[in-house]
Structures are given as C-alpha cells and as structure tokens.
Write a protein that binds this ligand. Structure first.
Ligand SMILES: [Fe+2]
Ligand SMILES: [Fe+2]
Length: 277
C-alpha cells in the first residue's frame, strides 16, 4: 500500500507500508519518498526484503536514478540492509550520522560507497531538497547511538524512525492514529526495551514541542496525527521508563538456561530442574 501522507503541486510525501511479506518473520517496516519539485529523497529504504518492491513502487512516482539522497535515520538492517543495491541502482549519496559513516560501507561491495557518504554531526543540520530544506534533528539514543529524525516543514511531518513505533500489520500501518490512549498497548513493549532512557525522551520532547507538527510518522506501524494525539504522545514518552531505567543487576547474571538449537527455545538448566528450581 502506498499512503499519500501529503501532496501539493510541488511537494509530496509517500509512505510504503506493506512491501515485506506479512507471514514472514521480519518486522513490518515503512519506507518513505519525499519529492520536492524535481528533487527526491528516499528515507530509511530498508533491508533486502523490501528492495525489489520498493524500487518498483518508487519508480511509479520518481525516477530512482535521479534521487538526490538516500537518508538513513540510523544503521540498523531494517534501515539500510539494502544499501548495496540502492548504491548500485542510483547515484545518490547516503546521508547518515557520523557515528555510522565508516560502518555503513560494510553493507556494500568494496569501494561502492567511496565518496558517497554524507556524515552528519551530532548537532544535525538542514539538508537542501528541491526548493526546501529537510531538518535533520538530533535523536540520538532513540534508540541508536547516532540517530536522526527528519522534519519536513512543507508537510509538517516529523519522521521519527524507531520512536513512536507500533507493532501492527502493513495494512494497519496505513491507518493514521488519532486516539493515542487506545494505541499505547501497541507501542509500550517496544519502547520499554528499545529506547535507552527516560532522560533522552524528555530532552527529545522538549525539542520536538518547538516544531509545528501535523503528523509523527514512525518507521514501523501507524502514523500519529493531530494536535491532541501528538501532545498525548509527548506526555506519554516523558513519563515512560525504559532501557537503562529498567535494567538492574538482575539482568546481568551469568546465565544457566540452555538454548535448544532444534526447538530454538530456552530450556532451564538440568541442575535447576533436578533441584526443582
Ligand atoms: Fe532500529
Ligand atoms: Fe526499525
């Protein structure tokens, strides 16, 4: 499904939400195309699972060879696992945090990314696209150490990468959420484990509140739309304990359970079973 997040005569933002097979084992993921006049940028193009379908879907709207940028919020496999193929199919540079600048070439064949990586400093910046700029906003530790969110001032969309993610199907991801309360159960487990610390969530919310936002659009699951739902999201993350807030010495123990490679399940240690523990 291609969801048109925004369109006017000169500018559009498209979201592709169901390019990965639903019954597979890979997490649902969204990819994004922003077009401003005759310039285009692909945001978080994804892994190899999505490449063929995404290439065809993008081609219906914009010639991939004319893309100005491949933009990556961070360096996870579901973000740039397909980098080698995009570097082969386009002439676009990769825009990514400096933290990952010298790691990204591990996704490509030798030399393919040479002189084609724009390393963004921790402070972020404004990236020209057509007649407008995309804001690359610091979002480090949400969840990745070197991480950016992307604000498009024309559509007033904030692309939030792995923040605001919900675990839903591709079809559900195409339905923007306006009632945050009912949506929290789809987000909570992910954010508690994948976000690093409440301190970072509060710093991010303080920054994001300064923007005029119509929609928060995550890289997995459904967009969050409308002032009320967005305000509720800010309030929710500010009060959320996550990551290192929740990890204590209980987690950092020498393990005793065994991994059964046949069933792929954990088994209690034999001694523990014998002792009835
Ligand atoms: Fe990630
Ligand atoms: Fe992700």
């Amino acid at each position: 499904m291609t969801l048109e997040l925004y369109r006017d005569r000169n500018h559009c933002c498209l979201m592709f939400s169901d390019l990965i097979e639903e019954n597979g084992h890979a997490v649902q993921a969204n990819q994004f195309l922003i077009i401003d006049e005759d310039a285009g940028a692909l945001i978080d193009p994804g892994g190899n699972l999505a490449f063929n379908e995404l290439f065809m879907a993008v081609s219906r709207h914009f010639p991939p060879r004319q893309l100005s940028y491949l933009i990556a919020s961070h360096a996870d496999p579901d973000i740039i696992g397909s980098l080698d193929r995009w570097m082969s199919s386009t002439a676009a540079p990769l825009v990514i945090s400096r933290v990952w600048e010298r790691f990204a070439p591990h996704f490509t064949k030798v030399g393919k990314s040479d002189n084609r990586v724009i390393g963004v400093p921790d402070s972020g910046g404004r990236l020209p696209l057509g007649r407008n700029d995309l804001l690359l906003l610091p979002a480090h530790f949400l969840h990745s150490e070197g991480n950016f969110h992307f604000y498009d001032p024309v559509s007033r969309i904030l692309f939030t990468g792995d923040l605001g993610v919900s675990m839903v199907t591709g079809a559900q991801a195409g339905q923007p959420v306006t009632d945050l309360k009912a949506h929290i159960p789809q987000m909570e487990g992910f954010h508690r484990r994948y976000m690093v610390a409440n301190k970072i969530l509060r710093l991010w919310a303080r920054m994001a509140r300064q923007l005029d936002i119509d929609m928060l659009v995550p890289q997995h699951g459904a967009p969050i739309q409308g002032q009320e739902a967005i305000d509720d999201f800010f309030a929710w993350v500010e009060s959320l304990m996550c990551g290192i807030d929740l990890f204590d010495e209980q987690v950092y123990q020498i393990p005793s359970a065994r991994i059964d490679p046949i069933s792929r399940q954990m088994r209690p240690a034999l001694r523990a079973v014998a002792n009835g523990v």
